[in-house]
Write a protein that binds this ligand. Structure first.
Ligand SMILES: *Cc1c(COP(=O)(O)O)cnc(C)c1O
Length: 644
């Protein structure tokens, strides 16, 4: 195997940076997953995809590694444990998982199961999330935090959860919510949950979600409102109910400095509230821990310039310092990290259906056009001459000449002097010249600007059998970058500078920005697949993408496979889920699918009775439509396209 090429690939795709010990390229050039974070336990992803296919799960599919979730929970827990020990912090740490980051049942089941040793709790922000969360048996010390805007019904349900023995904290978003709580507590003092206050901080986060914090944020109470709430509690004699102060400065905070500043401010608020006769136990610092999507460890949008350990150290240290200075008891630190817990555990895998390059449209590959000196237009002869004679010395001049001849061919076409074959021949020749010219320009110390933009226009488009809107919606809606790379072929040199298009009929369904150690790059290096199937993996997509998925063009949820590895390194697919069939997608848009099938069958019947269709053909058409209705909306594997 080509070890040097494989090493180059590791660097090129940055997998050792963003892989965080979970992903790598093995010495066969295949991408592998280490679900437990241990390098000697690995799953070969191309093998896994083949195995999934044997189990009836074809691409596009989500591969899930629940052990990664477990490992992330353990990493977070240990980071705080370590920091608490290091700084002899007198409070502790308690984590909850924010439901909105991945509400999928299997996901939350897993969080609850493997989080119980750590007293992992849940955080909800809406009524459906609340009801789902209430169905779980959490460990005795786990917190059950209710954020979000609440009406009386929501708050009453919080009392019910408390009656069930859960450690409910109702975090109030305004004095109105608090008045409801106080009213209900008067009727039922023993069942009144703990109360939290979400305060607006002056400090802001960084990155795309900075507007979740700061004075003008949609969330939280101003200082005046905080005081108002405290006085309401005092007059109701409910000072002891105020147990939590909550802050959340936004998701994917890229700079540790921002977190530190927010923590300092939050700790002071906490201390001042304590000095005013309240005795809150919990300081909830929210979520926001960034995922290093590009592996650069910088404060760039798709990165984060700190590790979990650094974060835990800074949080614990800063809170401890303020408490010492303010002479108050150190609180229990609560974290609501979602992204960093969930992101790593899933990969979207899509098969490549077609490669379009401007030079040779792959669909037309093997379709050669012949040049005929005697009958073809003389501009074509000139283009042919350029192809044969372009070199490193003359390429700029020859390239300019070719533009002229090429444009001339189009003018002649519009005037009717050139036929369709000649027009096609001109296209083919011109793009061949562009490729040659680009090749020669790559030897220059400074590539001339026009060749840089030519390079951009010459990229190949790889058609991937999936929907960006369904599987990685943030790549479309907020231009988030995810690591993308082929699952195999890394022993070979990439041959294409490529962008990716999906199968939706939307020109936004494309990826034209990719991770890089510096900012981003405009193309992805991909291979010419031929001997084996070629799959692209979209990594770190376990947080938010499923919650935000949409069914543009009626492409719905894709197939899934859940995979576990044991301590001997044997792995298995424990669970598979079939994606949404067409009928289900139509149902969500209020179509009555039996009605549709009846209508289709009636139309076939009348074609039959008019003698336009033989009976057996009619029956076979009928059953094909029924199969299609129950099948997936994505492209099926065709033998011809199998390996492209
Ligand atoms: C969304 C949210 C979180 C999760 O944030 P991450 O950046 O995913 O860790 C935590 N707390 C609250 C209140 C939230 O709204």
């Amino acid at each position: 195997m080509n070890i040097q090429q494989i090493q180059e690939a590791r660097e090129q795709y940055g997998i050792e940076g963003w892989g965080s010990g979970y992903f790598g390229i093995d010495d066969n050039g295949n991408v592998v997953c280490h679900p437990t974070g241990e390098e000697h336990l690995s799953i070969d992803l191309p093998d896994l995809v083949e195995q999934a296919k044997e189990n009836g799960i074809s691409a596009p599919m989500i591969l899930r590694f629940p052990q990664i979730i477990e490992n992330q929970i353990a990493r977070l827990h240990h980071a705080f444990k370590e920091a608490v020990w290091e700084y002899s912090y007198e409070g502790g740490h308690r984590a909850v998982f924010p439901f909105k980051v991945n509400q999928r049942r299997e996901f939350i089941d897993h969080i609850v199961r493997c989080g119980s040793d750590y007293h992992y709790g849940l955080e909800v922000g809406s009524k459906p999330e609340l009801l789902a969360a209430m169905s779980y048996n959490l460990s005795e010390k786990a917190l059950f935090i209710c954020n979000g805007f609440k009406d009386r019904e929501f708050i009453e349900t919080g009392f019910i959860a408390k009656a069930m023995g859960k450690n409910v904290v109702l975090v109030v978003e305004g004095p109105d919510e608090l008045s409801h709580i106080i009213d209900l507590a008067k009727e039922n003092p023993a069942l009144c949950p703990d109360i939290g206050i979400r305060a607006k901080l002056y400090s802001r986060g960084s990155g795309k979600w900075a507007k979740s914090s700061g004075e003008s944020s949609k969330f939280g109470l101003t200082t005046v409102e905080v005081l108002h709430c405290m006085s309401l509690l005092k007059s109701a004699g409910m000072e002891d109910r105020l147990q939590m102060l909550h802050f959340h400065i936004g998701s994917q905070v890229t700079e540790i400095k921002r977190i530190k500043n927010a923590i300092k401010e939050a700790s002071r608020v906490f201390a001042k509230v304590t000095h005013m006769g309240f005795s809150p136990q919990f300081l909830n610092i929210g979520g926001g821990v960034g995922v290093d999507y590009d592996g650069s460890k910088t404060s760039y949008q798709s990165s984060a310039n700190y590790s979990l350990q650094e974060l835990a150290n800074d949080v614990v240290y800063e809170i401890g310092e303020v408490c010492k200075r303010e002479k108050i008891q150190a609180p229990q630190i609560v974290t609501e990290s979602g992204r960093v817990i969930a992101a790593y555990h899933s990969i979207v895998v899509a098969d490549i259906r077609e490669v379009q390059s401007t030079e040779s449209f792959s669909a037309a590959e093997g379709f050669e056009l012949d040049f005929n000196e005697n009958t073809n237009h003389k501009s074509l002869g000139e283009l042919k001459y350029i192809i044969e004679n372009i070199n490193r010395k003359n390429y700029i001049e020859y390239y300019h000449d070719s533009i002229e001849y090429y444009e001339e061919m189009f003018t002649l076409f519009n005037l009717g002097y050139v036929n369709l074959e000649e027009r096609a021949l001109a296209e083919q020749m011109f793009y061949r010249i562009c490729r040659r010219a680009l090749y020669f320009s790559s030897f220059e110390k400074h590539v001339p600007e026009e060749f840089e933009s030519l390079q951009q226009r010459m990229v190949s488009k790889f058609l991937a059998n999936f929907s960006i809107f369904q599987s990685i919606p943030d790549a479309w809606s907020i231009d988030q970058l995810f690591p993308v790379m082929p699952l195999s072929h890394h022993e070979q040199k990439p041959t294409h500078k490529a962008t990716i298009v999906d199968i939706t009929c939307d020109s936004d369904g494309c990826l034209e920005r990719f991770i890089d150690r510096k900012d981003f790059r405009q193309t992805l290096d991909l291979h010419s697949p031929s001997d084996r199937p070629y799959y692209l993996g979209f990594f770190l997509v376990g947080a938010y993408q499923e919650s935000l998925a949409n069914e543009h063009n009626l492409f719905g949820a894709i197939n899934e496979a859940e995979v576990y590895i044991d301590e001997k390194g044997d792995w298995e697919i424990r669970k598979t889920t079939i994606g949404d069939p067409i009928e289900e997608l139509l149902n969500t848009r209020n179509y009555d699918t039996p009605e549709i099938l009846t209508s289709l069958s009636k139309q076939l019947e009348s074609a039959f009775s008019e003698g336009k269709l033989p009976g057996d053909v009619k029956d076979s058409y009928q059953s094909r439509l029924e199969v299609m209705m129950a099948g997936s909306p994505y492209l099926r594997e065709s033998n011809k396209n199998k390996y492209l």
